[in-house]
Ligand binder design. Structure first.
Ligand code: MTE
Length: 327
């Protein structure tokens, strides 16, 4: 277990933030608003403690749709959150395996404590952040849609904080144009990294203004619990308007750079995966259409909206750009 504390969903202050301005719940409107009020008054983050693993979860076993209050978490469009079970048992984490159902069992017990993220490059104040440092940022709940480039999707109640808060602390210089992220490299314990199909470690990148956007999250948990390893413990990126592969897991380095970083996927298949990777139903993957998606847990396919439904918030970032060229 890492030491980012379990945060009872009812105590997360994000309840009034942006898309999480209030906690969207179906079927429990009264209970939900009472919860939100309580949460405003009591933003608590318990300090980490070494015997965390023996402490029972502060909130009931998280299963969306089945809580005692009959409350189902929904995103700002009213779409229901996937269950904890779905979110934690169907994963992409190629460092372990390409078999989605096998990621959870294969990653079980992977040590994520101690953990450090080095933040550097073109910044005035480079720093090394451990879990206690990350825990000092105000943690929020954000219920986001995750759309994988493979055309499946989920709705996930993340816990985390805006990447912008961390970037402001390190003070990017005027030369910094992009942010480059790197996942841990540990081939002894991550069997997928022994395959030379890919150039390890996993690398991702964002333009600086994308990284500074309020929707861009450094996630430390989900469903009010510390991040499960299969979802990228102890800390991973979440960029909800881009295909899921941009949301890099288990980050150990963040660098501010001048040149556009080359991601693992760009290096592996440049004709299939571009740098921007904005969700775009008008640009097909060379091997399949991106017009619709399969929401995990549903039978009927859904249409995929541009920018995964976040166009109002982010389309301005790409004004004047040809998104078919910059895919
Ligand atoms: N990060 C790393 N380091 N390794 C990966 O294989 N897979 C990506 C992304 N981040 C991946 C990664 C892909 S393709 C997706 S769709 C999402 O993680 C899946 O996140 P989830 O398993 O939490 O749903």
């Amino acid at each position: 277990m890492n030491n980012i504390p379990k945060i009872p969903s009812s105590e997360i202050t994000s309840l009034q933030h942006y898309l999480g301005r209030r906690r969207f719940m179906k079927g429990a409107a009264v209970a939900a608003s009472a919860l939100a009020l309580a949460a405003c008054g009591a933003p608590t983050l318990t300090p980490s403690s070494s015997d965390k693993s023996s402490t029972p979860p502060a909130s009931p076993a998280p299963t969306a749709g089945a809580s005692s209050a009959d409350a189902v978490l929904v995103d700002e469009l009213g779409q229901e959150a996937n269950t904890y079970q779905e979110i934690t048992s169907y994963n992409n984490f190629y460092e372990f395996t390409t078999n989605k159902e096998a990621v959870a069992p294969m990653s079980k017990g992977y040590p994520t404590e101690p953990w450090k993220i080095e933040v550097g490059g073109l910044v005035n104040k480079p720093g090394v952040y451990d879990l206690d440092d990350l825990n000092k940022f105000q943690q929020e709940e954000r219920i986001y849609r995750l759309r994988c480039v493979e055309a499946w999707s989920m709705v996930i109640p993340w816990v985390g904080f805006p990447l912008a808060a961390l970037l402001k602390q390190v003070e990017p210089t005027s030369q910094a144009k992009y942010v480059r992220f790197e996942t841990i490299y540990d081939p002894d314990r991550m069997p997928g990294q022994r395959s030379n199909w890919y150039e390890w470690p996993y690398i991702e990148g964002l333009r600086l203004d994308e990284a500074m956007h309020d929707l861009t999250l450094l996630a430390t948990g989900l469903y009010g619990e510390a991040m499960p390893i299969q979802n990228g413990a102890p800390v991973r990126l979440v960029v909800p308007w881009k295909y899921g592969f941009k949301s890099i897991k288990s980050i150990v380095r963040i660098d501010l750079v001048e040149e556009q970083p080359t991601s693992l996927w760009m290096a592996a298949a440049p004709n299939e995966y571009g740098f921007y990777a904005n969700v775009n139903p008008d640009v097909s993957h060379p091997r399949w259409s991106q017009r619709s998606e399969r929401r995990i847990g549903e039978l009927k396919r859904r249409e995929t909206p541009p920018f995964n439904g976040y166009g109002e918030q982010v389309a301005y970032l790409y004004e004047g750009m040809d998104l078919k060229v910059n895919f």
